[in-house]
Design a protein around this ligand. Sequence first.
Ligand SMILES: C[S@@+](CC[C@H](N)C(=O)[O-])C[C@H]1O[C@@H](n2cnc3c(N)ncnc32)[C@H](O)[C@@H]1O
Length: 314
Amino acid sequence: MCTPFNCIRAHVTPDGDLLARFRVPLLEAMDNFGALLTYSMPRYLSSFRAFLDSFDVSGHGDLSYGAMVPDSILCESGEDVRVLRIGSGSGEIDSVMLKKLLQRHSSVYIRVVEPSEEMIGRYKSLVREDTGLGAVKFDWRQQTADEYFTTKEETKFHLIHAVHVLYYVKDLHATLRNMWEELADGGYMLIAMESDRSDWGKMVYRLREIFGLGGSSSALFSSPTEIKQWFDEMKIGYVTSEDEVNMNVTACFKEESEPGKLLLDFLVHTPHVSSETDLRAAALEYILQNSSMVEDKIVLKSVNEVMVAFKTCE
Ligand SMILES: C[S@@+](CC[C@H](N)C(=O)[O-])C[C@H]1O[C@@H](n2cnc3c(N)ncnc32)[C@H](O)[C@@H]1O
């Protein structure tokens, strides 16, 4: 059978890099490839949940984000530590990071930039229920990063973080520049993304090359490599760390499994992948070739790459 990956393999160079020298698209670009987020927020959220449930650790917060927050953040004495959060989701990771900050600082102000009303709603319930966040002042901005940065702000932040969100911004370099401008001297900028060297990361970037990007509603799938290139061009120093997580993707191979369909949608970032024959076949074939069997489970590796840049005092 000729699946998209098979067909491509026929053109593969001996170095084994499937698409390295492949320039002519084999297949029609798919209109909705990469458009999970903009297609339907409820579908996106259910898929995101299925993705979190596939981890072999309990929840996303376990990826030690607390440890990635610097022990001490320089800020004016008597003032709140100011945090800018781009794309908060429902707040679990923020909660871990804020508690780390509260170990050293008596109060924190956080500006939360998140376009989804539902995510903000969930975040607010988390805050209501968590007494450990009493010393945090929240400033909610229901906006995309692009919308937020259209207004120039005077406020400078000691910590700016964007965890698994920069794939979705319209102009990556403009967003990074704006984030950097809003960072106070002595402040930290933390960005987390799926590594483009992980099994899952490589799949997304290869599928993007095969299926192209659909309309402007698609995620652009910016990668950590692009972020690091930008830091290098701007001569900004940074450190990186990686965290490996196993995902149980067995359900994706069960044609009738609803959690499996949702998980595959998230892995490919495309709504209703199960009804896109070529895309589903390419994704499943890739997963089979790059996963391992652990007991009776098909396990695919995800690697969370975290980059932390420091703004030296001028
Ligand atoms: C994969 S989730 C990550 C949520 C959270 N950071 C986490 O890791 O748990 C991506 C989040 O980014 C938000 N988002 C999507 N596009 C965005 C944009 N252009 N600007 C800011 N946030 C965006 C989504 O609504 C969603 O809450």
